[in-house]
Design a protein around this ligand. Structure first.
Ligand code: HEC
Ligand code: HEC
Ligand code: HEC
Ligand code: HEC
Ligand code: HEC
Length: 486
C-alpha cells in the first residue's frame, strides 16, 4: 500500500508546519498555566468560597462605605460596559468575552456563574464586580509569564482561602502585619507587600487585545516609565486618598501616611457616577446617592487638578500670526488621558478676538449637537483594525493610527493660526481644555446595545440620546498686541 505513503508524508509535513508556525508565535500562550485564557487570571481553587461585600461590611463598615458606589463596585453592572459586552458577545462569542469578565467581575468569571451579558439570575458576588474579596484574595501575580511578559488581562492569582481538615479557612491579605485578633475569627490575615504597590493594580489596568496582545490600555506601563514610579509614588497614593492628599502627593512626591488611605478609587469617570447616582435616587437609596455625589465631585476635582494651560503669542514679520497653547500634564501619574484613549476625548477649544471684538480664531467648537468641528485639536488616540480602518471595539483594535496623549509631568504644544485682523490693538485669547468620556456617536452606539434586562429609562432615567456631559479641565485667558512693538 505504499501509494498512500506520499499522502501520509504530505499530511505529516502539514502538521509539522502548523506546529512550527504555532511555536514561532511572538506571543506564545501556555494554556495549561492559563486555563481561563483569554483571561489570564489564575484561581487557587479550594473549598473556600468568595465572600460578598455586605459580609465584609459587618466588620469593615468604613471601607465598605467608601468602596460602595466606586467604579470598581460598578464595574460589572455599568450599563456602558454591559452595552459594549453585548456587542462583543454577538461579534466574537463568550469564549472571547470571558476576557472582559475576568477584569470586570473576576469571581463571577472563574466560578462560571456569568454566562454572557445581562444581570439576570446572578448572585451578589458576581454583581459586585471588583469587590473586596477580589483585591484581598490576590496572593500573587504572574506578570512575567504572560504571553507578552508584561502585566495584562488579569495576570494575578486569586486565593480566597485554604482547605483544612474540618473544611476551609478564609485568608485575606493586606499591607500591614496582622494585629492580634485580626480577622475576628472570620478570616486569617496575611501581610502582603504587593498590596502597597502598583503591581496589584497592573493586571487589570493593562488591557491587551485577546489574541494579538496589542496594548489597548496601558496605564501601568505609562506609569512605570514615568517620573512618579521613579520616586516610588504608586497608583494607591493618588487613587485611594482624599483629593487634597492626592494633590499633595503629586506635588511633593511623598507617599501618604498609612492612615490616609481610602477605598474611593476615584478616577475620571464622572458620567458613570452621575448615571449610578440617578439610579440610586430613583431606587430611593439616599445614602448611596450621597456617596455617588461625593465620588462625582471627586472625579471633577481630579480632572481639574490634572492639567494646566499656558498661552503664548507667535509673531511673524512683527504681526501676530499664531497662538501657541501649551497643555501640561501636572498631576496624572500616567499619560493624560490614559486607559481607553481611543474612546475618551480631551481637546482644546480656543477663541481669539481683535480689538473690535471680531473673532479672528476659533477652534474646537461644535458644529451640531454634540458634534465637534472636524479639525479640533484632540489629545487621545485612534484605534484601527488590521486594515487601516478606524475601529473602536476592543476585539477589533490591533493598532493605533494616531496616539497623541500627554506623558506624566510632560506637555504638548498646539498652534492655531490667527486670521486677518481688521483693527490693530489687543487680541484677547481664551483657551479651554475640555474632556468627555466618549463622543456622542460612540455613546449612542454603545447605549443602544445595553442588554434588555437593564432598562436605561427605568433604572437610570437615561436614553441613548442623552447628551454626554463635558467638563472644563482648565481655562486660561491672555491678551497680546496684534503687532509687536519695538
Ligand atoms: C481594587 C482593590 C481593592 C478593593 C476592591 C478593596 N480593597 Fe481594601 N485595600 C486595598 C489596598 C491596595 C489596600 C492598602 C492601602 C494601603 O496602602 O494602606 C487596602 C486596605 C484595606 C484594609 C486595611 C485598612 C485600610 O483601610 O487601609 C482593609 C480592612 C480593607 N482594605 C478592606 C476592604 C473591604 C472591606 C473592601 C470592600 C468593601 C475592600 N477592602 C476593597 C485594595 C482593595
Ligand atoms: C485587563 C482588564 C480588562 C479587560 C480584559 C477588559 N476591561 Fe474593560 N475596562 C478595564 C478598565 C481598567 C477600565 C477603566 C478604564 C478607564 O476608566 O479609562 C475599563 C473600562 C471599560 C469600559 C468603559 C466603561 C465606562 O463606564 O466608561 C467599557 C465599555 C469596557 N471596559 C468594556 C470592556 C469589554 C467589552 C471588554 C472585553 C472585550 C473589556 N472591557 C475587557 C479593564 C478591562
Ligand atoms: C467578623 C469580623 C470580620 C469580617 C466579617 C471580615 N473581617 Fe477583615 N478583619 C477583621 C479584623 C478584626 C481585622 C483586624 C484589623 C482591623 O480591624 O482592620 C481585619 C483585618 C482585615 C485586613 C487586614 C488589614 C491590614 O491591616 O493589612 C483585610 C485586608 C481584611 N480584614 C479584609 C476583609 C475582607 C475582604 C473581608 C470580607 C471578605 C473581611 N475582611 C471580613 C474582622 C473581619
Ligand atoms: C480585578 C481587576 C482590577 C483590579 C485588581 C484593579 N482594578 Fe481598577 N478598574 C477595574 C475595572 C474593570 C475598572 C473600570 C470599570 C468600569 O468603568 O466599568 C476600573 C476602574 C478604575 C478606576 C476608575 C477610572 C475612571 O475612569 O474613573 C481607577 C482610578 C482604578 N480602577 C484604580 C485602581 C487601583 C489604584 C487599583 C489597585 C489598587 C486597581 N484599580 C485595581 C479593574 C481592576
Ligand atoms: C500622581 C497621581 C497619580 C498616580 C500615581 C496615578 N494616577 Fe491615575 N489618575 C490621576 C489623575 C489626576 C487622573 C485624572 C486625569 C486622567 O484622566 O488622566 C487619573 C485618571 C486615571 C484613570 C481614568 C482615566 C480616564 O480618563 O478614564 C485610571 C483608570 C487611572 N488613573 C488608573 C491609574 C493606575 C492603574 C495607576 C497606577 C499604575 C495610576 N492611575 C496612577 C492621578 C494619578
Amino acid at each position: 500500500m505504499h501509494f498512500l505513503l506520499p499522502v501520509v508524508v504530505f499530511f505529516l509535513l502539514l502538521l509539522s508546519l502548523a506546529g512550527a508556525t504555532g511555536a514561532a508565535s511572538p506571543f506564545p500562550v501556555d494554556h495549561d498555566f492559563y486555563p481561563f485564557y483569554p483571561s489570564l487570571i489564575k484561581w487557587e481553587r479550594s473549598k473556600a468560597p468568595f465572600t460578598e461585600p455586605s459580609v465584609c461590611a459587618g466588620c469593615h463598615p468604613q471601607q465598605f462605605e467608601e468602596w460602595r458606589g466606586s467604579v470598581h463596585a460598578l464595574a460589572f453592572t455599568d450599563p456602558i460596559y454591559q452595552g459594549e459586552l453585548n456587542k462583543g458577545f454577538k461579534a466574537v462569542g463568550h469564549e472571547v468575552t470571558r476576557q472582559c469578565e475576568g477584569c470586570h467581575s473576576p469571581a463571577g468569571m472563574v466560578t462560571g456563574e456569568i454566562k454572557g451579558p445581562g444581570l439576570k439570575g446572578l448572585g451578589p458576588v458576581a454583581l459586585a464586580g471588583v469587590s473586596c474579596d477580589i483585591c484581598h484574595s490576590i496572593s500573587g501575580v504572574t506578570h512575567q509569564r504572560t504571553p507578552t511578559g508584561e502585566p495584562e488581562n488579569g495576570s494575578f492569582i486569586l486565593s480566597p482561602g485554604v482547605d483544612t481538615k474540618s473544611g476551609y479557612q478564609l485568608v485575606k491579605r493586606g499591607p500591614s502585619k496582622p494585629v492580634d485578633g485580626c480577622g475576628g475569627g472570620f478570616h486569617e490575615c496575611r501581610e502582603s507587600p504587593l498590596h502597597d504597590r502598583s503591581e496589584l493594580c497592573a493586571g487589570c489596568h493593562q488591557v491587551y487585545h485577546y489574541q494579538d496582545h496589542f496594548p489597548l490600555e496601558a496605564t501601568y506601563n505609562e506609569w512605570k516609565h514615568g517620573p512618579y514610579a521613579q520616586k516610588g509614588i504608586q497608583c494607591q497614593d493618588c487613587h485611594m486618598v482624599e483629593t487634597a492628599t492626592f494633590i499633595r502627593t503629586a506635588d511633593t512626591m511623598k507617599r501618604p501616611e498609612r492612615s490616609e488611605y481610602r477605598h474611593y478609587f476615584s478616577g475620571a469617570n464622572y458620567l458613570l457616577y452621575f448615571l449610578a447616582g440617578e439610579a440610586a435616587k430613583k431606587a430611593g437609596d439616599r445614602e448611596l446617592a450621597a456617596s455617588l455625589d461625593k465620588k462625582y465631585q471627586m472625579a471633577l476635582e481630579k480632572l481639574k487638578a490634572a492639567a494646566d494651560l499656558e498661552i503664548l503669542p507667535v509673531y511673524r514679520s512683527s504681526a501676530l500670526a499664531e497662538i501657541k497653547v501649551r497643555v501640561r500634564n501636572l498631576r496624572a501619574g500616567h499619560n493624560l488621558p490614559t486607559s481607553l484613549t481611543n474612546v475618551r476625548e480631551l481637546w482644546l477649544e480656543v477663541t481669539a478676538r481683535d480689538a473690535t471684538g471680531a473673532v479672528v480664531l476659533s477652534s474646537g467648537g461644535f458644529e451640531g449637537p454634540g458634534m465637534l468641528e472636524p479639525d479640533t485639536r484632540m489629545f487621545n488616540s485612534e484605534g484601527m483594525g488590521s486594515d487601516f480602518h478606524l475601529a473602536i471595539d476592543p476585539w477589533v483594535v490591533t493598532a493605533f493610527s494616531r496616539h497623541d496623549t500627554i506623558p506624566p509631568r510632560g506637555y504638548k504644544d498646539a498652534y492655531f493660526a490667527v486670521g486677518p485682523i481688521k483693527k490693530q490693538g489687543t487680541v484677547t485669547v481664551e483657551a479651554r481644555l475640555k474632556y468627555r468620556p466618549a463622543s456622542q456617536q460612540v455613546a449612542r452606539k454603545i447605549l443602544k446595545e445595553v442588554p434588555e434586562d437593564i432598562s436605561l429609562e427605568n433604572v437610570y432615567g437615561a436614553s441613548p440620546m442623552t447628551a454626554v456631559p463635558i467638563v472644563d479641565m482648565a481655562v486660561k485667558q491672555a491678551g497680546f498686541e496684534s503687532r509687536r512693538g519695538k
